[in-house]
Design a protein around this ligand. Structure first.
Ligand SMILES: [Mg+2]
Length: 125
């Protein structure tokens, strides 16, 4: 049988419960997941693997998810890689308008509807 490589998702959220439950659901759906808790750990990880998609919380201590996503894209492009599809997750209605997330990617509200999330991910990958 031919080995099919699984797409790899960089998951960013400062909430450990969300990290664990989303990582579990994504792995069950057949994805590799690297779960990190914020800007610093995301930036440290971004060149360690070839990621296929970024799934990021918006409200986090330090840099928010939107600024983190912008820096990830800039860093990938600066290193000759292609930018990645981004999906944001947030518990706060209004973040989409306030932070202009549609310019970067789709936004889902917490609690995340896993089926909807998987549908969006499948559309990208
Ligand atoms: Mg948060």
């Amino acid at each position: 049988m031919m080995a099919v490589s699984k797409p790899t998702i960089l998951l960013i959220d400062d909430d450990q419960l969300v990290l664990r439950s989303l990582a579990k659901a994504l792995e069950k759906a057949g994805y590799n997941v690297l779960a990190v808790d914020g800007y610093d750990t995301a930036m440290a990880a971004i060149h360690d693997k070839n990621f296929d998609l970024v799934l990021s919380d918006i409200r986090m201590p330090g840099k928010n998810g939107v600024d983190t996503a912008k820096e990830i894209q800039d860093s990938l492009i600066a290193n000759g890689k292609k930018d990645l599809p981004i999906i944001f997750i947030t518990g706060y209605s209004g973040d989409e308008e306030k932070l202009q997330t549609p310019l970067l990617g789709e936004t889902l509200y917490k609690p995340v509807d896993i089926n909807r999330l998987l549908t969006i991910i499948r559309d990208y990958l």
